[in-house]
Write a protein that binds this ligand. Structure first.
Ligand SMILES: N[C@@H](CCC(=O)N[C@@H](CS)C(=O)NCC(=O)O)C(=O)O
Length: 216
């Protein structure tokens, strides 16, 4: 049994849960000991980020490292393309998610609560998010998923972050319009059974977090 240290609205934990589900691996969600940001958890993961996994005494943090470990641990179904250049391009897309797109949304987290919202910052950040989405549209050609018809490792971050974008867009009135290929990609992601199963619990967890922030 794999322990997944996470909290319900954590984006990167949901990204890992998609791989656990796709591989059919047994896992349990575990709250970080001492709570999010605690010294107790930092004794395990010094930089304190979620998620981390524990597998037979082996502790590993960082969603991308975890997903690659899981893909090698349980090779079926393979979640990276077998061809060298396709695999390299898929890794590039995954890095773009973790280092460019998701951080541009995360920057808004401190502004979801209207009483703490800096409207100028939100306007500027919405333009940055839009720029990231257009960059994604240029580097990706979903057909219909990132590497073809099967879910791959590089879809996992997008499946979660694009759900977050959709919920923040509505809740904060960001006015973000998605290019048609990206909107179509989201439709395909949501129809994938593994993504649908995760979003069935992650979507409400995220909505509850947004509502709690908006409620003050
Ligand atoms: N690159 C890390 C990022 C993880 C991350 O930022 N997780 C968030 C929760 S979704 C977190 O722990 N934030 C608190 C912090 O950075 O101190 C990964 O892929 O696991």
């Amino acid at each position: 049994m794999i322990k997944l240290y996470c909290i319900p609205p954590s984006v990167y934990s949901a990204k890992v849960r998609l791989v656990l589900r796709a591989k059919g691996l047994e896992f349990e969600d575990v709250l970080p000991p001492g709570g999010y940001g605690s010294d107790e958890y930092k004794a395990m993961v010094p930089y304190g980020t979620l998620p981390a996994i524990e597998h037979d005494g082996f502790l590993l943090a960082d969603s991308e490292a975890i997903n690659e470990y899981l893909d090698e641990l349980a090779p079926e179904p393979p979640l990276w393309p077998s061809e060298l250049r396709k695999r390299a391009a898929a890794r590039m897309l995954s890095r773009f998610h973790d280092t460019r797109l998701e951080p541009s949304l995360r920057a808004l987290f401190g502004h979801v609560d209207p009483s703490r919202r800096d409207h100028d910052f939100v306007l500027t950040q919405s333009d940055i998010i839009m720029e990231r989405i257009h960059q994604l549209d240029r580097i990706a050609s979903p057909s219909p998923l990132m590497t073809g018809s099967q879910l791959s490792l590089c879809d996992c971050g997008y499946a979660i972050t694009l759900e977050m974008l959709s919920q923040l867009n509505a809740a904060m009135d960001l006015g973000i319009m998605l290019p048609e290929p990206i909107a179509r990609y989201i439709g395909t992601l949501r129809a994938d059974p593994v993504v649908a199963a995760e979003l069935a619990s992650y979507g409400p967890a995220l909505a509850a977090w947004i509502a709690s922030e908006i409620g003050g």
